[in-house]
Design a binder for this molecule. Structure first.
Ligand SMILES: Nc1ncnc2c1ncn2[C@@H]1O[C@H](COP(=O)(O)OP(=O)(O)OP(=O)(O)O)[C@@H](O)[C@H]1O
Ligand SMILES: [Mg+2]
Length: 454
């Protein structure tokens, strides 16, 4: 993609001549004949660098620069002026201008400055992306005892060249742990290759694991490296290992025993050095007992076992996780960062979280879309919780006849629907999946006055 430069100048002649010169240098240019117009264009058209005149009617270049620090903080700005004073130059630098050039500008000097600006902009962006990737996608959040213990174990396990088995329910961060181990190991600079063991079709197992030579079978148009070879020097993450088909178990075991492989259709053996990390949410011991998972393979893959705790076992981490996901979503979507009210966090802490951290992340992202408040209140948040979750978790009545308790609950639900539909009985009945007449009967039975609701 061509780098894109925005030129801001009130003089049409300058805009035209600079655009032409930049185009010849392979740069794409946008122009704006005033600072206000420049800010407007930037709202919808991102650029890699900005070149602006200082003296312009209305907003001048220095004020534009100050505004840009807020609106487009990562974009380098070069100022140019025909009436340059030392004072303006100093002010420009203080406001964060990358460079200051005098008019009439020598094209060579200007281009050099711009190239520098673009390099700075690219580096800055790459840095930011890398940082936000680390921050948003790879951070293992949580200061509760189980999380602290898990992190300590990761740090111990990472440098050792031994296979690791990660056990834990769905969405508890097994893949995150595998990546953390890799990143903290001496193999961090080498590849991390993930393979989902549950989804490899039987007939492709061998070529998927070990690769194939050109023409080894119909469809093998070129030579291809298998997962083990791709991960050479690095880490191979065998995900969902509990769902690995028996034929594949045998092949993986053979490789783990001698560290050598032969590509399908190939002749020689290839030595490959990989560290294997496996993960599953299945009960491997039970699978062993049922004979569905090979014992010899089991002992090969789990020199060390790490367990990711279910979220309900470290609900104390919910607020930190919520803040983390909310901030990451805001950064990703360029939303204004928002918070959750203390009661909303309490409500979240009490959920059963069958889908663990992944489910929490989804709820947080859904809430940021559906709820308008800042902070988001507990009432609003209820709307974003999956319907399957009880309306008032943790508030299961400890006394009272079942009939009364259930009646009270039904009364609440029906009242809420009537309110939501402004007392429109047909709509409320539809949302409850009841016949209209049935809803009337229910209301009478439960003592709900339809006219009063809504
Ligand atoms: N402790 C944590 N801190 C921050 N994010 C987490 C944490 N645990 C899990 N996540 C996030 O939850 C989501 C699910 O994590 P991950 O994919 O690692 O889970 P998993 O155990 O591999 O799940 P599955 O068994 O369904 O494959 C990811 O978005 C991950 O970033
Ligand atoms: Mg996973």
């Amino acid at each position: 993609m061509k780098p894109r430069i925005l030129i801001v100048d009130d003089d049409q002649g300058t805009l035209a001549s600079l655009s032409r010169a930049f185009a010849l240098e392979g740069l794409e240019t946008l122009t704006a004949s005033s600072a206000a117009r420049a800010l407007e264009r930037l709202q919808t058209e991102p650029v890699d660098a900005i070149l602006s005149d200082v003296v312009m009617p209305g907003m001048d270049g220095l004020e534009l620069l100050a505004r840009l620090r807020e609106q487009a903080p990562g974009v380098p700005v070069v100022l140019m002026s025909g009436q340059a004073t030392l004072e303006t130059a100093v002010k420009a630098t203080r406001l964060g201008a990358l460079d200051f050039v005098e008019k009439p500008v020598g094209l060579d000097r200007l281009l050099l400055t711009l190239r520098n600006a673009l390099r700075a902009s690219r580096l800055e962006r790459e840095n930011r992306e890398l940082k936000s990737y680390w921050q948003d996608e790879l951070a293992l959040i949580g200061e509760s005892a189980p999380m602290v213990a898990l992190r300590a174990l990761i740090e111990k396990a990472a440098p050792a060249h031994v296979p690791i088995l990660i056990l834990g329910e769905n969405g508890t961060g097994k893949e995150l742990v595998a990546r953390a181990v890799h990143e903290l190991s001496t193999r961090a600079e080498r590849p991390f290759v993930r393979m989902n063991c549950a989804s490899v079709p039987t007939e492709l197992v061998e070529s998927e694991l070990f690769g194939h030579e050109k023409g080894a079978f119909t469809g093998a148009a070129g030579q291809r490296k298998g997962r083990f070879e791709q991960a050479d020097g690095g880490t191979l993450f065998l995900d969902e290992i509990g769902d690995m088909a028996p034929a594949m178990q045998a092949k993986v075991l053979r490789f783990l025993q001698d560290g050598e492989l032969t590509r399908v259709g190939g002749a020689g053996e290839i030595r490959v050095d990989v560290r294997v990390i496996s993960a599953t949410n299945r009960d491997l011991e039970a699978l062993l007992a049922e004979g569905r998972f090979r014992e010899d393979l089991y002992y090969r893959i789990n020199t060390l076992t790490l367990r990711t705790p279910a979220l309900r076992e470290h609900a104390a981490d919910v607020p930190a996780l919520v803040a983390h996901f909310a901030e990451a979503a805001a950064r990703r979507n360029l939303w204004k960062p928002r918070r959750f009210a203390p009661e909303a966090l309490e409500l979240l802490k009490r959920q059963p979280w069958k889908g663990n951290v992944r489910e929490l992340r989804n709820v947080v992202e859904r809430a940021l879309i559906l709820c308008a408040g800042d902070p988001i209140s507990a009432e609003e948040l209820r709307l974003a919780l999956p319907a399957a979750l009880p309306a008032r978790p943790g508030q299961v009545p400890t006394e009272g006849a079942l009939r009364d308790v259930v009646d009270a609950f039904e009364r609440d639900v029906i009242r809420e629907r009537l309110r939501a539909t402004s007392g429109h009985v047909t709509a409320a009945a539809k949302s409850l999946d009841l016949e209209r007449s049935h809803l009337y009967k229910k209301c009478k039975q439960l003592g709900i006055d339809i006219r009063e609701e809504g």
